[in-house]
Write a protein that binds this ligand. Structure first.
Ligand code: TNX
Length: 578
């Protein structure tokens, strides 16, 4: 007997058989009907029928797939819901973008986000004036006044239109769109779902231009693939900078052709004695391009003059006593430094920064400057001033930890503030002299701090940081005497002394990274812990569906219902599984 069957449904793409696509009843709009629309069965056996019945019953019990238009992280600037505008993505939808390579690239990214879970073909086309026409239109329009990263997202019964004056704006509109779809959109395989979107208009733009996270790849080394996955997490929450802490006592992680022993010798260690590793120039370039395609700028950090033991092991001539120290795999800080009195040190710094700058299209070079406990006073400021000048001569903008503050101001320089107490007159004075700040308070934004005393990894020197602690502060007013106009944004650093795997990274990142992202993106007027907590809760099922590790902190009311209504276990119509 031939046991093939076909079940038809409006949402079923050509060539894919769905078992059931019964929409969940929406308790807010009408009575629950006890009538399950029956699929059209052509031929079926008892087992298949039972499967269909089970699936239909599951759909009836499933939660509504409807999202509110405002359920976005980070919160959007302006949201106007229109319940008459709800729309369901049809199987035959087309994505049409402005005839511009950058807009088309975002359209392809959107298609790639939606195809796996929907199983829909979602072809991408271009047009001079793209219209939704029961699909999705991405409109690049330089006459709209939405800023360099803003976007407008309109959902009507006719489809979705995202408008922006830049590709970055379109990209952020797409991230919002993704969150408005049911959580099952995160599934890597086709699932049966009603891909409903709430009607209305969102007009959105970021509060700060710099929204970042840092990954320390020096204490423990992480493969390129892991870094790319971190980039994906940043992109989801509209962060636009990835700071890579590339060098430290425990390892040097980037090839420098003119000083080859930095990686040949200096990369072979990490905390705890593991094998370490490093990025070739091709590896680093791959990270930079992957990030850039997601509108994320890489900020490379070469930490100087301290945190340099790995460099000194490779090149003892840079050490103050010219003697190679033993390789270091512990977690102490502040003991190593390159010789500030030797011209050779400045040759080294110039070569390294020149090669890193050449690989880095973004404007920033981060020169560290923290915890150089053995280089003090004028020796320290003199060193920093020379290095700042090297960076400027390379055409880049200096970023450094706020320990740089006492050094002379250099046009455009940015200090990354990591204090735990907002009273910091030295930093405030540097700001008066023209410095701008990235705010990374140790006791709010340091993602290597434990959530609670029982968190299996992480530190607690800056305190415990639960999600509320990560969320409840204001980067615009945090440092006394620093006006919000001097703050270019926020960054969440992840130091990795205790972090050894991608799962560890994700456990510490999620769900605190979205909290920091919201501080960087959303207008202060939207700041509200209860609202944030409830919006964030919906991301648990998304991460779960996508196979992303996160910390199920009890502070967040995670939904207990499964995200995926039913994965298709059927084969295309007419094809027998063998
Ligand atoms: C302080 S924050 C450091 C890092 C450590 C971190 C651990 C900063 C600029 N320096 O060297 O990894 O604490 O939390």
């Amino acid at each position: 007997m031939n046991l093939t069957f076909a079940i038809t449904d409006a949402n079923t793409p050509p060539g894919v058989a769905a078992v059931s696509t019964t929409p969940s009843p929406d308790p807010t709009t009408g009575p629950v009907t006890d009538e399950v629309p029956l699929p059209t069965l052509v031929q079926a056996d008892a087992a298949t029928l039972a499967q269909v019945a089970e699936r239909a019953a599951g759909d009836l019990l499933a939660p509504p797939t409807r999202h509110r238009l405002a359920d976005v992280v980070p919160a959007a600037q302006h949201v106007e819901p229109d319940p008459t505008g709800d729309w369901v993505l049809p199987a035959e939808a087309v994505i049409v973008a402005s005839a511009d390579p950058a807009a088309l690239a975002v359209a392809e990214q959107l298609a790639n986000l939606l195809r796996p879970a929907t199983g829909y073909p979602l072809p991408v086309t271009d047009a001079t004036t793209p219209e939704p026409a029961d699909g999705i239109a991405l409109v690049l329009d330089d006459t709209v006044d939405l800023g360099a990263e803003g976007y407008r997202l309109g959902i009507t019964t006719n489809g979705v239109r995202v408008t922006a004056s830049t590709a970055a704006g379109l990209f952020y509109g797409v991230q919002t769109l993704r969150q408005l779809l049911p959580a099952a959109i995160e599934s890597p395989v086709p699932v049966t779902e009603r891909w409903a979107l709430p009607g209305g208009t969102i007009t959105d733009a970021p509060r700060f231009p710099y929204r970042g996270a840092m990954l320390d790849v020096a204490r423990h080394f992480f493969a390129v693939e892991d870094v790319l996955r971190v980039v994906d997490h940043l992109a989801r929450y509209k962060l636009n900078h990835l700071h890579l802490h590339l060098t430290d006592d425990q390892g040097w992680r980037i090839t420098v052709d003119s000083w080859p022993k930095l990686t040949a010798i200096g990369a072979a260690t990490e905390v705890g004695g593991g094998p370490g590793g490093h990025y070739t120039k091709a590896d680093y370039t791959r990270i930079v391009s992957y990030a850039s395609a997601r509108h994320i700028t890489v900020v490379p950090e070469i930490d100087l003059p301290g945190h340099t033991n790995a460099a000194l092991v490779a090149y003892p001539e840079l050490a103050p006593d010219k003697i190679a120290p033993p390789p270091y795999t512990g977690t102490e800080v502040g003991f190593s430094y390159v010789d500030p009195a030797d011209q050779r040190t400045y040759d080294f710094v110039t070569d390294v920064l020149r090669e890193v700058a050449a690989l880095t299209p973004g404007p920033w070079l981060h020169i560290g400057g923290d915890e150089a406990f053995k280089v003090n006073g004028e020796v320290y400021t003199g060193f920093v001033e020379r290095v700042q000048r090297i960076v400027a001569d390379l055409g880049k903008t200096v970023v450094g930890w706020h320990q740089l503050a006492p050094a002379a101001h250099l046009d455009g320089r940015v200090l990354q503030w990591w204090g735990t107490n907002g009273e910091d007159p030295t930093t405030a004075e540097a700001v008066r002299r023209g410095a701008r700040l990235i705010i990374s308070p140790g006791n709010h934004a340091y993602l290597d701090m434990k959530y609670a005393s029982d968190t299996p990894i992480g530190h607690d020197w800056a305190g415990l940081i639960d999600v509320r602690k990560a969320y409840d502060w204001d980067p615009g007013t945090h440092v006394t005497g620093v006006p919000s106009t001097a703050v270019i944004g926020v960054e969440a650093p992840l130091w990795t002394e205790s972090v050894t795997s991608l799962a560890d990274i994700e456990l510490l990142l999620l769900p605190r990274l979205p909290a920091i992202a919201e501080l960087g993106w959303s207008p202060r007027a939207t700041h509200d812990w209860n609202g944030f907590r409830d919006r964030l809760a919906g991301h648990g099922p998304r991460w779960e569906t996508a196979g992303i590790t996160f910390h199920r902190t009890p502070e967040i009311p995670w939904p207990s219902t499964p995200a995926i209504p039913g994965q298709r276990r059927t084969t295309p119509t007419g094809v027998n599984p063998t």
